[in-house]
Design a protein around this ligand. Sequence first.
Ligand code: NI
Length: 541
Amino acid sequence: MRGVEADAVALASSARPGATCTVRAWHGGLMSPHASPSRGLPSGGPSPAHSRSRAVWVVAVVVSLLVAAAGVTFYLTRASAQPSAQPSPTPSPTATPVPAERVDPPAVLDPTSVENLEIHQESTADTGDARSVSTVAIPGEHSLARAFGRFVDGTTQAYESAIDPDAVGNELNVGWDLVLAQGDVLGVHASTYAFTGGANGDVGSQTFYTDLPRATTTWSSDLLTADGRKQAAEWAGAALAAEGLGFSEPVPSSEDTFRDVRLGPDGAATLVFSPGLVSARADGELAVRLEPDATRSVLSAVGKQLAEVAASGAPFIGIAPPPAEEPPVAAQPPASPDAPDCSVLRCIALTFDDGPGKYTSQLLDTLAEKQARATFFLVGRSVQANPDLVRREVAEGHAVGNHTWSHPDLSKLGTDQISQELQSTADAVEAASGVRPTLVRPPYGATSDTVTSVLSQRNEPAILWNVDTEDWKNKDSAMTSERALAGARPGAILLMHDIHASTVSAVPGIVDSLRAAGYTLVTVPDLLGPDLVGGHKYFNR
Ligand code: NI
């Protein structure tokens, strides 16, 4: 039987595309361009029992140190004042300054600054093995999708080999941010969080640079030559040591160390390290900036070419929209302005999670054609990338709810992280559609006392479900329909996902069959009414 220790080794020893799993802390950074992990503070303080005589001793020691320092200064001054004197017998340690310094981790770009990105979201609805994988691709360009896919595959394999299938709370979350959009280059940073038992999860990271016209994607560590990595690792170690950070052993020059290299507008590269990679986990995410000259000396040919683009100041060339244009927002007004009376009618609510995605527009066409209303629980990151689809959902009379920014298991997060997941998503939905969502569907249906208390404070109810079509698992239209119809009863809330083609193809049949059975399809607000209690869980009417 494999223990926790062996699991950590299995994860850490994964091949290149795997997660960087020397790290054991969720730093809340999967979603957050702004969050910076807090540094661990040493506990304890001066004892109130310090005696007066000890204070006298401290003063005495300080004074003698000052005297000694003055003597050394006098000696050095005298030595340097002699014009033809021999070199100082003890050369100053600052004679060769390290061309690197610790800086704050660089900010990421606003994802809406690049239009027409293709976003893929995959997730399970299983709290025992909760997975949410969000990736990004460039329509018509395959190298980024391939590279990101390899990274996800490696991360997933490492996760699968580490999980104990009998344990609860396993979680894999993959997200991304944009870190460069300049000239013809797009930089994407992928981040992973894997929890497979123990006290903390594993955080991993990988940055890619895609040259659009050449359709090539470079992994971050390939920006440096092998010798360059050795040199940069040394400089990074010195820069961290100067601030009392880092481990006692040298920073390794392996590819793992250089999974996240950012290229700046001034020709400087910044090395970003996940918590625990090059220093104690409590030190949080760390970054070291290499001066432009130092950067040039360690870059590979492709690294130099990409760094030049990053420093060019040239605007991003942009991404052409995919050939198949989204149909325009339907002009028809909402089908029925009055809410149906669910105390009389056989009402049922179809809910679609994890979008908007690439099948959402097809689903909206179906619902418009059938004049059926549904409720969409939206992932903030996808909302920000596809605001038009959210606008269309609202314009066509559907309800929208909050499904968090990065689809984490909220039951593992603290108050601030939960709030930020909800707040950023509500902001994105409001910016896209003009409507601020108040219904929350926690990913995987996972809640905790902390989640409940945050929701109470925000006055937002948790909307769960009582019919699970398991569409994410079966990915089969016939099975999804069968489960939907078998579970249907008045007042039910059905769980589906509009990120699966099989689900979206099943919807016309589901709508027809439910209507044939006398059901009225309504939104969740229409089903449950206006007087919902913040923090309360609703599974059905
Ligand atoms: Ni979900």
